[in-house]
Design a protein around this ligand. Structure first.
Ligand code: NAP
Length: 456
């Protein structure tokens, strides 16, 4: 039997576990999927926006994998923390696959990032997704009239949309009750999403972009003069050379530039060719706006500064400029790429393969791609591991690793514990007259998980 630990129960971890047990070349593979949180599914639970029910429903197929009898979920197990080192984990399993994602946001590196009211989109996403590391009171939107979102990727679109949505659309989601209350009482009337490059260079996908135009009570504004700065906008030849997604995005933006959405209760404005140079402070150390420098295309896909500046008012600024991997104590890390060095998923230490250690997902390839991109990525890693299986399985292991984890002082939440959390979230929702509602704090999650254990 080959015993494998997968660290992280997001899409890449679950796909890695699935590939390992569903192949035929190496019989008898058993996988424990470990997660720091008591709840599984990683960014599908704590990153996909609550109003994206269709993507969230992917949890159903991840659940089927985690319920496979050859796979065991062990939540509330922190690897690289005080109770369990990476070295000890490798003593308990023939192989370990790290699928720990890219947990940190990137900074802009401009003055004013410490001002109150300036946050990362990652923090905002974690807050409305009920991540237990984010305090319920992290955001107060009552005094916020205007918000600026910096960046033009799908996360920027997500947070822009969540800021513009009204309570009737959010109440049916599983968003935690305190976050719903804050968004329901939000004073936000205007959200500007600002890109440093041109409309044909947005990183968002067309479906996500188009959705902004479907929000009840929200008008989308695009300045035709800003679109016209993009060489691909006016020149059909240049547009034809663009990737299909960029061409479709341009058409959506063109449609918005041609309409006049005046009179809607809330507005989203999409801005282009503006790079942030300073976050401006107002009374009480709170942000009051963002100073941008107008940019111009440099002919090579980048932009240059023009020396012209524009201040955009904001009482809330979310920087949405990409995620970044975080070093896990005991694992090698390349700070330049914020990933773990690897060869086809085999972890490299000082350029040499580290026997028994593997990576998949964002910590392997960086924070790019949609959820499905993790499937081939995890497959590549799993097939490297399976090629190595003969040598790895020769090592004698102690008995059930769960006993060793408990002996180390860990209190793993097993699958029935997670099901008890789900039951408690359904009951919480019923008590609030809503569907299932997330429990957003550690105590609440662990108390709910303990309900699966007999008392006394
Ligand atoms: P992203 O797609 O890499 O976009 C980052 C954005 O930040 C880009 O527009 C980039 O502009 C901008 N940026 C970077 N540094 C900047 C700076 N210093 N100043 C101003 N702008 C800056 O990252 P993401 O939005 O975090 O998304 C991460 C991944 O998750 C992506 O693959 C995304 O598609 C995926 N995702 C998908 C969905 C969905 O499918 N619904 C939802 C959320 C996330 P430049 O292009 O000029 O560098």
């Amino acid at each position: 039997m080959l015993r494998v630990a997968v660290v992280g129960s997001g899409p890449s971890g679950v796909y890695a576990a699935q590939t390992l047990v569903q192949q035929r070349e190496v019989p008898g593979v058993r996988v424990d999927v470990l997660d720091r949180l008591p709840a599984p599914y990683g960014l599908v639970r704590y990153g996909v926006a609550p109003d994206h029910e269709k993507i969230k429903s992917l949890q159903g197929s991840l659940r089927t994998v985690l319920e496979d009898e050859r796979i065991r979920f062990l939540g509330h197990v922190e690897v690289g923390g005080p109770l369990l080192s990476t070295g000890r984990l490798l003593e308990l399993y023939h192989a370990v696959v790290y699928c720990v994602g890219a947990a940190r946001d990137r900074l802009l590196g401009i003055p004013g990032e410490e001002l109150a009211g300036v946050h990362s989109a990652t923090e905002f996403v974690a807050w409305y997704s009920g991540h237990p590391d984010t305090a319920a009171e992290a955001f107060d939107l009552a005094g916020v009239g205007s918000a600026v979102v910096i960046g033009a990727g799908n996360v920027a679109v997500d947070v822009t949309r969540m800021l513009a949505r009204g309570e009737p659309e959010l109440a049916p989601t599983d968003m935690p009750q305190p976050a719903l209350g804050v968004l329901a009482g939000s004073g936000v009337r205007s959200v500007a999403m600002v890109a440093r490059r041109g409309p044909s260079q947005g990183k968002f996908t067309t479906k996500e972009l188009r959705e902004l135009g479907t929000l009840p009570g929200v008008g989308v504004r695009v300045d035709p003069a800003e679109l016209a700065l993009d060489p691909a906008y006016a020149d059909p030849g240049a547009a034809a050379a663009l990737p299909a997604v960029a061409r479709r995005n341009l058409e959506v933006l063109r449609g918005w530039a041609e309409q006049d959405p005046d009179g809607t209760p809330r507005a989203i404005t999409l801005r282009f060719y503006l790079r942030p140079v300073e976050l401006l402070g107002g009374p009480g150390g709170r942000v009051s706006g963002v100073r941008f420098e107008r940019t111009a295309p440099d002919g090579r896909g980048g932009v240059t500064g023009t020396g012209e500046y524009e201040d955009v008012e904001a009482q809330l600024v979310l920087r949405s400029v990409g995620y970044q991997g975080v070093p896990l104590p005991g694992l090698p890390f390349d700070p330049a790429t914020a990933t773990v060095p690897h060869a086809a998923g085999r972890v490299l230490r000082g350029g040499r393969v580290s026997v028994g250690e593997y990576v998949a997902g964002w910590i392997k390839r960086g924070p790019t791609g949609v959820i499905g991109t993790n499937r081939p990525c995890a497959k590549e890693t799993a097939s490297s591991l399976l090629q190595d299986a003969g040598a790895l399985a020769r090592r004698e292991l102690p008995d059930d690793p769960l006993d060793a984890l408990r002996a180390a002082g860990l209190e793993p939440v097993e699958w029935p514990g997670w099901l008890a959390i789900e039951t408690a979230e359904a009951a919480l929702g019923r008590s609030l007259g809503r569907g299932s509602v997330k429990i957003p704090d550690w105590t609440g999650l662990l108390t709910a998980a303990a309900a699966d254990r007999p008392t006394g």
